[in-house]
Design a protein around this ligand. Structure first.
Ligand code: OFO
Length: 164
């Protein structure tokens, strides 16, 4: 059984994870149309992961006798101003999600909901890994400069291994 407050904040996270998935899907689609096959593959995979995160929240809420409500999602941007800015945006978004997960953990503790607290640890770890993986990408982009995206686009999928 979850408390009303925990149910509410978990439901809010469904929207955030679903929006993350759509944001990365939109980035993937843009990158694909710009000819970045590798980068779009990375982003499509990321979009799928976020969809799974959303599903985890849906199932968890319902398993704990709450009711997962599927919300409307706002439309993500369709165009991006280049690869470096795109990954800066990914990092900023993941930092926002990390803060949001931390807020849920804090509420679970406040409400003595140790089962939710325990379940949320997977997301705490996942956020550390996701931020690290995007930092690694940004470091590589800084090394390369935006002039030569060919090798980066070719090699980006090999960076995924570190985060999974
Ligand atoms: Fe990118 O993370 Fe979901 O949680």
């Amino acid at each position: 059984m979850i408390t009303k407050n925990v149910e509410k904040i978990l439901n809010e996270q469904i929207e955030k994870e679903g929006y993350s998935s759509n944001l990365y899907l939109s980035m993937a689609s843009w990158a694909e149309t710009e000819g970045y096959a590798g980068i779009s593959k990375w982003l499509y995979a990321q979009a799928e992961e976020e969809l799974l995160h959303m599903m985890k929240f849906v199932h968890f809420i319902n398993e704990r006798s709450g009711h997962a409500i599927i919300p409307a999602f706002k439309q993500p941007p369709a165009k991006f101003e280049g690869i470096k800015k795109l990954f800066d945006q990914v990092l900023e978004h993941e930092e926002y999600i990390t803060k949001s997960i931390n807020d849920i953990v804090a509420l679970a503790i406040k409400e003595n909901d140790f089962a939710s607290h325990n379940w949320l640890q997977w997301f705490v770890t996942e956020q550390v890994e996701e931020e690290a993986s995007v930092h690694e990408i940004i470091d590589k982009l800084n090394l390369l400069g935006e002039g030569n995206m060919y090798l980066f686009d070719r090699d980006i999928m090999s960076l995924r291994g570190a985060s999974e």
